[in-house]
Design a protein around this ligand. Structure first.
Ligand code: HEM
Ligand SMILES: Cc1nc2ccccn2c1N
Length: 290
């Protein structure tokens, strides 16, 4: 059965907005991380990796149990580099000991996206810390060296459509790849900390060359110093995906809307929120200054 969401007792919008603000202020303070990209993209990747282990066949994995806090999951080679995000969140977890790890990891991704001028992401609390025995085994996160068909099959495990898959991958407008983490090197060309539809625009407009990188892995590079993973490039090799790439390259609002829906579905997979009220929509720091 799905995990039943149980919100932290007595905590409401104002309490979670305080957690949001603590994360958002720390993002602004520590802006030098990773060549002044900041921690935003890394936090978004963490929120996806803690949710991407979900398997609808036995409802195992996923964001509910906050099991990334155990070495068994954190040390998955696919999670290399996310130690930075985890370290960033430690003082936040200490300051707000009442929030569950699953809620903290997902709320941090929502905060980072909104503070990087992404769409407003409705978010619901209620994830409850599970035991180490519930941590999913390594190997559930995707392999970047594959093609579009692999990506379609991989996300089929979550029940995502072609349109949802393309929208989700739009998050690769953020940050970069790091050779020491994943074996892919992201030339700095397009590395950003602002959420836009650039990923789709670049996919369609750049002339991509397949090259071996210094780790011996093949990746697509453009003469502007941009890069794409083979799985990214698969979105324009596969006709069914390509039409959504074209839609989002033309219409950033449509991308924001569809990304928001798919990202919420990713973070809430496997959890029954029916006992909770409506989702929270947090104000950005800028909206609170005025
Ligand atoms: C086919 C699915 C996917 C594959 C194979 C994939 C693979 C990767 C790889 C290899 C990196 C580089 C990591 C590093 O070297 O530091 C990366 C970075 C990133 N990914 Fe994905 N990813 C996928 C889907 C997603 C999704 C669904 C999201 C979010 C909704 C996401 C968000 C990010 C972000 C924000 C970064 C930049 C992290 C940073 O700059 O530290 N990815 N991804
Ligand atoms: C800018 C950017 N960030 C990423 C992350 C993963 C894969 C590709 N990326 C690109 N092009």
């Amino acid at each position: 059965a799905l995990h039943l969401a149980q919100a932290e007792d007595g905590k409401g919008l104002d309490d979670f907005q305080k957690v949001y603000n603590a994360i958002a202020e720390k993002l602004r303070d520590e802006d030098e991380f990773d060549g002044y990209i900041g921690y935003g993209p890394n936090l978004v990747r963490l929120s996806w990796h803690v949710s991407g282990t979900f398997d609808k066949n036995d409802n195992s994995g996923g964001s509910f149990g906050g099991t990334y806090r155990f070495k068994k999951e954190a040390d998955d080679p696919a999670n290399k580099g996310l130690q930075n995000a985890a370290r960033f969140l430690e003082p936040i977890a200490k300051k707000f000991p009442w929030i569950s790890h699953g809620d903290l990891y997902t709320l941090a991704g929502v905060t980072a996206l909104q503070e990087m001028q992404g769409p407003k992401i409705p978010w619901r609390p209620g994830r409850v810390d599970a035991d180490e025995k519930d941590a999913p085994e390594n190997g559930r996160l995707p392999d970047a060296s594959k093609d579009g068909n692999y990506v379609r099959h991989y996300f089929g495990r979550f029940g995502f459509s072609d349109q949802e898959i393309v929208a989700l991958l739009g998050a690769h407008c953020l940050g970069k790849t790091h050779l020491e983490n994943s074996g892919y090197e992201g030339p700095w060309g397009a590395a950003t900390n602002t959420f836009t539809n650039e990923f789709f625009v670049n996919l369609l407009n750049e002339n991509w060359k397949l090259e071996k990188n210094d780790a011996g892995n093949e990746q697509y590079n453009s003469n502007k110093g941009y890069m794409m993973l083979p799985t990214d490039y698969g979105l324009i090799q596969d006709g069914k995906f390509k039409k959504y790439v074209e839609k989002y390259a033309k219409d950033q609002d449509a991308f924001f809307e569809d990304f928001k829906s798919a990202y919420v579905k990713l973070l809430e997979n496997g959890i029954d929120f029916s006992k909770l009220g409506k989702a929270y929509v947090f104000k950005t720091l800028d909206e609170q200054d005025s």
